[in-house]
Design a protein around this ligand. Structure first.
Ligand code: APR
Length: 320
């Protein structure tokens, strides 16, 4: 059987890391696409040359021609510009919206059956625009944010408790980053919810609140340190986890920006929710009941996403 084909639209920091991870995990053959002349070809060749030592079997190709993504099973989109210090994700809206138009049309014409994972920021609005421009089914287009936000949360919690990250699970909802809604009562260490761990004296509410804030600011913390770009290792790893769930029909329960229509009280909006990812794409959205406080945080997050979607409609008439 032929290997799956993974198209990476954008061969920058995240795109290159995605290609390296996809090859090392032998998820399939990789096509790196970018408009920057020579970049996708150079990265594809460099990664291919790591194959003999690493021992993977995967073909890598760099290109600036959309025809080369033909028939891709998965497309992961990072095309666009990342944040610079002092910029919010929302500052990227106008530039990256134009990029989503080109990418959406390229995917629709060449890989209409792909499972599409958008990473480009501002994530929740860009994944909506990408779906609109591509016209693909909603369940085949999603955004990577929740896996990363929950990974950051899990990492910080594991440091606080001095336990393995493997034994910490976290549950997040809502938009990416600043408006992320952590559900502490569903976040656990070996099944013990955070509020119980506070009662047990393992930590304090203040410490958990500080960790939640650090998680929300997780992207900005890295932008501030790097100064010339934004995070790329953890974002790439998170998207690969989603791609693998689709390609291997794993039915993983992963939080991601998914189309919510008739769930969580929403009528047609991309926002971060727990989902089941398998061969059908986003196969199910876990429609949980929120407490009053959680619902109010979620509503603010939803309002922020709606504001960005409206801003997109204001910029590009074809979306209105
Ligand atoms: N088509 C294809 N590629 C494009 C296009 C386009 N229209 N416009 C820009 N690109 C490419 C750039 O040439 C660059 O190589 O997208 C790549 C983006 O890579 P980086 O600048 O290194 O950004 P990266 O760190 O990978 O982040 C990409 O993901 O997390 C988000 O906020 C981040 O929106 C940003 C995106």
């Amino acid at each position: 059987m032929a290997r799956p084909k993974i198209a990476l639209i954008g061969a920058g920091q995240i795109g290159g890391t995605l290609a390296h991870l996809a090859a090392m995990k032998e998820l399939g053959d990789v096509v790196l696409f970018d408009i920057a002349e020579g970049t996708p070809e150079g990265k594809a060749l460099d990664i291919a040359e790591s194959g003999p030592a690493e021992g993977f079997d995967a073909h890598l190709k760099g290109t600036s021609d959309y025809a080369d993504i033909a028939g891709a099973d998965v497309c992961i989109v990072t095309a666009g510009v990342p944040r610079k210090p002092g910029m919010s994700r929302d500052d990227l809206l106008g530039i990256n919206l134009k990029v989503m138009k080109a990418v959406g049309e390229g995917i629709a014409a060449n890989a209409p059956n792909a499972f599409v994972i958008c990473i480009t920021n501002p994530l929740d609005a860009m994944v909506w625009a990408l779906r609109e421009f591509s016209g693909l089914p909603h369940e085949k287009v999603c955004g990577m944010a929740g896996v990363l936000d929950s990974a950051r949360f899990r990492h910080f919690l594991s440091l606080e408790f001095g336990v393995s990250m493997k034994d910490v699970s976290a549950f997040v909802l809502g938009g990416h980053g600043d408006t992320m809604v952590p559900l502490t009562r569903y976040s656990t260490v070996a099944g013990i919810p955070l509020p119980d761990l506070i009662d047990m004296g393992w930590t304090t509410k203040d410490k958990i609140d500080a960790i939640v804030q650090r998680t929300r600011d997780g992207g900005a913390e890295i932008v501030g340190l790097l100064k010339t770009g934004s995070a790329f290792y953890a974002p790439a790893t998170s998207a690969i986890e989603m791609a693998e769930a689709y390609l291997k029909d794993q039915k993983r329960v992963l939080p991601c920006a998914a189309w919510c229509d008739g769930v969580l009280g929403l009528k047609g909006l991309y926002v971060g929710v727990p989902t089941v990812i398998g061969a059908g794409g986003i196969e199910r959205i876990v429609d949980i009941k929120m407490t009053k406080d959680e619902q109010s945080m979620f509503n603010s997050s939803v309002d922020a996403v709606r504001g960005l979607v409206d801003a997109c409609k204001g910029i590009d008439d074809s979306l209105a």
